[in-house]
Each structure stands twice: as structure tokens, then as C-alpha cells.
Design a protein around this ligand. Structure first.
Ligand SMILES: Cc1cc2nc3c(=O)[nH]c(=O)nc-3n(C[C@H](O)[C@H](O)[C@H](O)COP(=O)(O)OP(=O)(O)OC[C@H]3O[C@@H](n4cnc5c(N)ncnc54)[C@H](O)[C@@H]3O)c2cc1C
Length: 357
């Protein structure tokens, strides 16, 4: 069989599914992208969207994240202006200047482009910051993306490259025969496939149920807050002690917060609004627009689960947290595995067998 004409069904049109669909389709694979809703309507549509390399991670996640902003820039070159990313850089600080100094030292040693920014330069860059830190770590390569909207753009590009869309079409289960996967059962009939990729976020373990050990992926809630902001107040992604926020495009400021089991989204929105008011000059007119909880697909050990299920030939898993950052990087690697039968060394420690064990 011409490997590039492999029929590959992807269940899930979140950021992982659509970037994979794009890479596979432009290589000539016969891709069907299936989603129970519309592209980006899962967790991706509630992501903060910080394309971020500057945080300590265990290997091989560190290495993957190191590639992430470069891979997003590559995808932007491939898709052109329709893929909008605000490459505004990010500032991180705490109340202790030693934290920013440590972050810069550690990440510079690992090859990241991160440097210290001192008070004068911070004041010029972010004139609305009320309490300027002595120093902050500045990551110039990082940026922000409206992950939900851009997922729709990438899905459209994948379809223009030849992928078939089956949206508003929930997968009900997988078809197998003789130890291999043969397709996806949906409410609208079966999609026949030589390989099936489960990129269905928190629904991935249920779809893989009975086809190997249970995949240890839990739903981990986090809160996306959108604020009406009549004018642009910040120019960089700000990760300070009181609030993590970024400009969300005309008239909007975004923030992300943790969300515990008994948390109250509206109360957190009010508290975050108050923190914004204490942090920025000119925030008097900022008001809460929405508070939405997203369920992040969180593998038990925090590392992505990527690769073929050993028990069922042709069944491939792609479940990860921080998928907005990682998607273009891992999608290119997954494409090599799915179309060229090339196992990617960097993914070896992330296999489903490892996670299930
Ligand atoms: C508040 C918040 C802030 C975040 N900030 C960041 C950040 O700054 N950077 C970052 O990298 N990550 C961030 N994340 C995490 C990120 O959003 C997730 O890691 C990512 O969206 C997961 O993408 P996915 O494609 O795997 O899953 P999803 O986006 O959840 O996509 C899965 C898709 O599968 C579909 N589906 C499910 N079941 C079925 C079925 N049976 N049949 C067909 N389709 C199905 C769903 O409809 C959905 O569209 C944040 C998350 C939250 C909530």
C-alpha cells in the first residue's frame, strides 16, 4: 500500500487532532477528522493560550517544549496570516527577585532565550504596572494564541489540504477485527480506517476502554476568565504573583486560574478582577465577560501519552496536558510514526504502555 494513502481517522478536533490532520493531509494521507462538536469546542476553546517554554519540566517534556515556539512559527509560515499568534513575549516574576534570577539562569543554561529585565525597562514596556518588580524574567520568543479560534482555522486548512470533516458526529466506539482496528463507529455510520488516532481529550480513555489497560488520564479543571477591557492595558504576557494575564485582542483581557472541586467560578472571577485592579493602572473600566471551566486531559504522571497501543494494531493515542503548546511539535512526530513507520526517539518514554503500567 502507498503509505501516504493510508486511511487515518482522528477522533477529536481539538488542537491535537487538527494539527495532526493538517500534517497528515498535506502528506497525502486519507484523513477523516471526527468530532462530536465543532473544532475547538472541547478544552482547547477554554485554554489561556500561552505558548510557553520557560518553565521547568522533566525530560522528555522539556525537550518537546523547547521546540514548541519554533514549531508554532513553522506552522505559521505554512498556513500564512490566517494563523494569528501574538508573539508578544512573557514576563515572569514573584515577590522574590531571586526567583526570576534562578529562572533565567536555569533556562539560559538549557538553551532558552530568557533574560532578566530590570525595573526601568519594565516600566517602559508595561507602563500600566503599578507595583514594578525589581526584576522579571523576560522570554521574548513566547506568545499568546486564541486556541479555540485558531483550531478552527487549522481544521479548515486541513480540509483544504484534503482531510474529510465529520463534525457534530460523535464517535460511539471503535471497530476491530483480528487484533487490529478497522474503523470508528459513529452515529452517522462507520468510518473505515487503517489507523485510528484517539485525540479526544478527556474522552480518550472511555473510547479506548476494553482495548488494553485503562489509560490513566483524568479530567483536571482550570478556569479561563475573559474580561472586557476598553483599551489595551498590557503588551506582554504577565505571569506575576497576583495574576496570570494576557491581552486577548481588541477589547479583551484574559486570565487563567486553578479550579478546585468546590471552587466558585464567579467568585474567582471577582477576585481576579480585583487583583487586576491592584496590578494595573487604568483598569477601572475592566469588567468580567465570562468565566468558563475547561477540563484538561491530565495523564497520571503529567507526561503526554503518545503512540500505538501495543494490544491493538493501528490504534494510536494522543493525550496530553499543555497540548496547545505541544501540538504542532508532536503532530509532526506523530505523522512520521503513522505514515513512515519511523518511531520517534523523543516519544519513546511517552508510550501508552508506560502510562498504563
Ligand atoms: C483555563 C485553561 C488554561 C489553559 N492554558 C493552557 C496554555 O496556556 N497552554 C497550553 O498548552 N495548554 C493550556 N491549557 C490546556 C489545554 O487547553 C489542553 O491541554 C488542550 O486543549 C487539550 O487539547 P486536546 O486536543 O487534547 O483536547 P480537546 O481540546 O478537549 O479536544 C478533544 C475533542 O474531542 C472531541 N470528542 C470527545 N469525545 C468525542 C467523541 N466520542 N466523538 C467525537 N469527538 C469527541 C471533543 O468534542 C473535543 O473537541 C489550558 C486549559 C485550561 C482549561
Amino acid at each position: 500500500m502507498n503509505r501516504n494513502r493510508r486511511r487515518i481517522a482522528i477522533v477529536g478536533a481539538g488542537i491535537v487532532g487538527v494539527t495532526l490532520a493538517w500534517h497528515l493531509a498535506r502528506r497525502g494521507a486519507a484523513v477523516t477528522l471526527i468530532d462530536g462538536g465543532q473544532p475547538g469546542s472541547g478544552c482547547t476553546g477554554r485554554a489561556f493560550g500561552w505558548l510557553n517554554v520557560a518553565h521547568g519540566q522533566p525530560e522528555p517534556l522539556r525537550a518537546l517544549r523547547h521546540l514548541a515556539t519554533h514549531e508554532w512559527r513553522r506552522l505559521q509560515r505554512e498556513l500564512g496570516e490566517r494563523l494569528e499568534i501574538d508573539w508578544c513575549g512573557a514576563l515572569t516574576w514573584t515577590s522574590d527577585p531571586a526567583d526570576a534570577e534562578r529562572l533565567v539562569r536555569d533556562h539560559a543554561a538549557a538553551g532558552y532565550d530568557v533574560r532578566l529585565m530590570e525595573r526601568d525597562e519594565l516600566a517602559a514596556r508595561e507602563p500600566n504596572l503599578i507595583a514594578l518588580p525589581e526584576v522579571a524574567a523576560f522570554s521574548p520568543l513566547e506568545g499568546g494564541i486564541d486556541a479555540g479560534a485558531m483550531t478552527a482555522v487549522i481544521a479548515q486548512a486541513a480540509c483544504q489540504a484534503g482531510a474529510t470533516a465529520r463534525f457534530d458526529c460523535a464517535a460511539e466506539g471503535l471497530k476491530t477485527a483480528g487484533g487490529r482496528v478497522t474503523g470508528v463507529r459513529t452515529a452517522q455510520g462507520t468510518v473505515a480506517a487503517d489507523a485510528v488516532v484517539l485525540a479526544a481529550g478527556t474522552a480518550t480513555p472511555a473510547l479506548a476502554m476494553g482495548l488494553g489497560p485503562v489509560l490513566p488520564v483524568e479530567a483536571s479543571p482550570a478556569l479561563l476568565l475573559r474580561f472586557h477591557a476598553p483599551r489595551r492595558l498590557i503588551h506582554t504576557i504577565l505571569n506575576g504573583p497576583a495574576v496570570e494575564m494576557r491581552d486577548g485582542g481588541p477589547g479583551e483581557l484574559r486570565a487563567a486560574e486553578d479550579f478546585g472541586p468546590s471552587a466558585d467560578a464567579d467568585a474567582i472571577a471577582r477576585e481576579t478582577l480585583a487583583a487586576i485592579g491592584r496590578t494595573l493602572r487604568g483598569a477601572e473600566d475592566v469588567t468580567v465577560a465570562s468565566a468558563q471551566v475547561g477540563q484538561r486531559p491530565m495523564p497520571a504522571d503529567g507526561l503526554p501519552i503518545i503512540g500505538f497501543m501495543p494490544q491493538v494494531e493501528g490504534l494510536y493515542i494522543a493525550a496530553m496536558q499543555a497540548a496547545v503548546i505541544l501540538a504542532p511539535t508532536v503532530a509532526r512526530m506523530m505523522t512520521a510514526e503513522l505514515l513512515d513507520d519511523i518511531p520517534v526517539a523523543m516519544l519513546e518514554e511517552l508510550r501508552p504502555g508506560r502510562a498504563a503500567a
